[in-house]
Write a protein that binds this ligand. Structure first.
Ligand SMILES: *[C@@H]1O[C@H](CO)[C@@H](O)[C@H](O)[C@H]1NC(C)=O
Ligand SMILES: *[C@@H]1O[C@H](CO)[C@@H](O)[C@H](O)[C@H]1NC(C)=O
Ligand SMILES: *[C@@H]1O[C@H](CO)[C@@H](O)[C@H](O)[C@H]1NC(C)=O
Ligand SMILES: *[C@@H]1O[C@H](CO)[C@@H](O)[C@H](O)[C@H]1NC(C)=O
Ligand SMILES: *[C@@H]1O[C@H](CO)[C@@H](O)[C@H](O)[C@H]1NC(C)=O
Length: 382
């Protein structure tokens, strides 16, 4: 997506429905690194979770995507479109994924929405979803037909401003935005904690064999996170993995590895408000305490319980953080307190693209107002 420094996708996806909990991750990393392994899919088996639950990511042109053939097995036949349904046209599937048969009703309990990728339906579509990275800078792959008066164009981007290219011609083109940002029209964070339902499995802290872990596929010495790590490791040992450290973590090994760590360094590659990614939600989901570096603590607390994580800013220095982690390491009673929130909340990730499509469609169905996004570039890239 970046012209000068293309990044690859890194996303956790998880969904919970039909008594099943599925988690699928997508990974974005930089082109300088190989981007060739989809992080593992974690399937939390519930008592009546059918075997056809999603358990698969696959690599499509540098990007991890859900293997939808598995999903289709459990999905009910889509009902025939009703005249009153809102129709959302996905102009280009984010990362080339075709999952049109997915139903918003089945996945998100969103009724009255139909998704399509059939461009012949341009004139009847109430909304069109465009993924930022896929839009050509000269707009040559955008629709050329006149836009029906009722149609809303939705701009989607899950990358931070540092990781996505500003495309000058995108101003005054869209009507809605969907991204991880809370000030988007349709906010879709990388994950969510929600009240536990009776169906959710009781949480148990996984068996721990490692102290502090970090997986890095994209080492950049200029990143905040690299600088902080350099300081931290002077005071405490951090087990590093990933291609940057010549310790590749395969898809299948990812959940086992991360869950065996007491702490995981959930360090974002760039620091922006609300930019809190699967680097946080994966470890949370896997029963590991995230040590976060990213936007301020207050920002994290808008998304997840305050006691679910440790923020590097909670300490004046890396040395003080290291000392605190060592105390927790030696005092299990103190360590378990970081899981107290599990009694009340469950974690889930995001269905990349699909969730944006369904939620955008729902938004359009409920809001028939006129709206334009005038200065997308200043809003997003400041
Ligand atoms: C899911 O993946 C795991 C690990 O790759 C495998 O052991 C398991 O059999 C798979 N389950 C299904 C339902 O495909
Ligand atoms: C998708 O999953 C199915 C069932 O596990 C498998 O047979 C198929 O080969 C997978 N397809 C790809 C492209 O990975
Ligand atoms: C992968 O990229 C090639 C070359 O750009 C393209 O022809 C192909 O359609 C892409 N595949 C998918 C599934 O996006
Ligand atoms: C997506 O898949 C559906 C059904 O599998 C197919 O009918 C449709 O043509 C596909 N669309 C694209 C753009 O490949
Ligand atoms: C959508 O935005 C375009 C461009 O600003 C504008 O011309 C159009 O009237 C808007 N449509 C709606 C339904 O808000």
């Amino acid at each position: 997506m970046m012209e000068t420094r293309r990044s690859c996708p890194h996303i956790l996806i998880a969904a919970m429905f039909l008594s099943c909990v599925f988690a699928i991750f997508y990974v974005y990393h930089s082109p300088t690194m190989n981007c060739l392994h989809c992080p593992a899919v974690q399937v939390s088996k519930h008592k009546d979770c059918p075997d056809a639950c999603i358990n698969h990511t696959q690599l499509i042109n540098d990007t991890c995507a859900v293997n939808v053939t598995v999903v289709k097995e459990t999905e009910p036949k889509p009902s025939s479109p009703s005249q009153t349904d809102t129709l959302l046209l996905i102009w280009i599937w984010p990362f080339g994924r075709n999952v049109t048969s997915q139903s918003c009703s089945w996945l998100f309990q969103i009724e009255g929405c139909q998704l399509t990728d059939d461009r012949n339906l341009f004139n009847t579509a109430h909304g069109i979803l465009f993924h930022h990275r896929d839009i050509h800078e000269d707009l040559s792959n955008m629709p050329t037909l006149p836009r029906p008066y009722f149609q809303k164009w939705v701009w989607m981007n899950m990358e931070s401003p540092s990781n996505s290219a500003l495309k000058p011609r995108l101003n005054d083109l869209f009507n809605l935005t969907t991204s991880y940002r809370r000030d988007s029209d349709i906010t879709v964070p990388y994950g969510q904690t929600s009240e536990r339902s009776a169906d959710d499995r009781t949480f148990e802290i996984p068996k721990k064999e490692k102290f502090i872990c970090w997986i890095v596929t994209n080492w950049n010495p200029d990143y905040e996170r690299s600088k902080y790590y350099e300081k931290l490791k002077e005071h405490v040992s951090v087990e590093t993995f990933g291609d940057s450290f010549d310790r590749h973590v395969s898809d299948g090994d990812y959940p086992k590895l991360v869950s065996s760590c007491k702490f995981y360094l959930s360090f974002e590659n760039s620091i922006h408000e609300d930019y809190i990614t699967e680097k946080l939600y994966n470890p949370m989901k896997l029963g590991t305490v995230p040590v976060v570096l990213g936007p301020p603590r207050k920002n994290y607390e808008k998304f997840i319980p305050a006691e679910a994580f440790i923020h590097v800013d909670d300490f004046k220095t890396a040395e003080e953080l290291a000392a605190h982690l060592k105390v927790l390491h030696e005092n299990p009673d103190m360590y378990v307190k970081y899981f107290g929130w599990r009694e009340r909340y469950a974690v889930r990730g995001t269905w990349f693209g699909l969730e944006h499509a369904c939620r955008s469609c729902d938004h359009i169905r409920r809001n028939r107002n006129y709206r334009t996004v005038n200065d997308l570039n200043t809003w997003y890239w400041g």
